[in-house]
Unconditional design. Structure first.
Length: 214
């Protein structure tokens, strides 16, 4: 959360609201620290407006899940199943608690694993999948080649008609991380959403509906 001064080791309790769907209005409680920066409501609303009808019946993967609110929003809006990828055991416990409380535990798979190692071994489902990747911001400077490899691996193994989404902020390494000229880029304040369609299948270009202002 920009503009919040955190001391070393300090965490602030907050809650993030699910915007629409069957879980509309439910709140995901979390501890926010400098390494955990939940996607702003404006960017989340834009993301799901752009994805639109693609969610219905699609599988969803929430990579670097953090609070898990993106994956829970996807389930709320009709995704058939969500895979949450998160290595922090405290965050994993929090995701498990919320999906159980919200009644979507049977449609959720939660892996406590390093996302980079997971991506190297991921065996994608045969059905079209939406993969949302929201890396820790320091990784854009510290691990650009690993991020590039993660995006390339997912783009290569996901079924035709799948969609890869990268959430980023402005950084000089972005051109070497999200390579290729097939990205559709949208900007919402500090947040950028990069969309890539895996060729084939029936997915067309996303059409953005107006997103509510924060």
């Amino acid at each position: 959360l920009p503009g919040v001064g955190f001391g070393i080791g300090f965490a602030m309790k907050t809650s993030v609201r699910i915007v629409a769907g069957t879980l509309r209005g439910r709140k995901v409680d979390c501890d926010v620290n400098p390494e955990l920066r939940p996607t702003s409501q404006r960017a989340r609303e834009a993301l799901f407006s752009i994805l639109g009808g693609y969610l219905e019946g699609y599988r969803f993967v929430d990579v670097f899940a953090g609070t898990g609110v993106i994956g829970m929003e996807a389930l709320s809006r009709g995704a058939s199943r969500c895979l949450f990828i998160e290595k922090d055991p405290r965050l994993v416990i929090n995701i498990e608690k919320h999906v159980a409380r919200f009644g979507v535990g049977l449609r959720s798979d939660i892996l406590r694993v390093d996302a980079y190692r997971w991506a190297e071994q991921f065996i994608a489902p045969k059905e079209p999948t939406i993969a949302f990747i929201s890396p820790p911001f320091p990784d854009f400077a510290a691990r650009p080649m690993e991020l590039c490899g993660l995006l390339d691996n997912l783009s290569r193994v996901l079924a035709p008609g799948s969609i890869v989404v990268l959430q980023a902020e402005e950084h000089e390494n972005l051109p070497t991380i999200a390579t290729g000229d097939d990205w559709d880029i949208r900007v919402y304040g500090r947040n950028q959403l990069w969309f890539r369609h895996v060729p084939g299948g029936e997915a067309g270009e996303p059409v953005e509906e107006p997103a509510a202002e924060e």
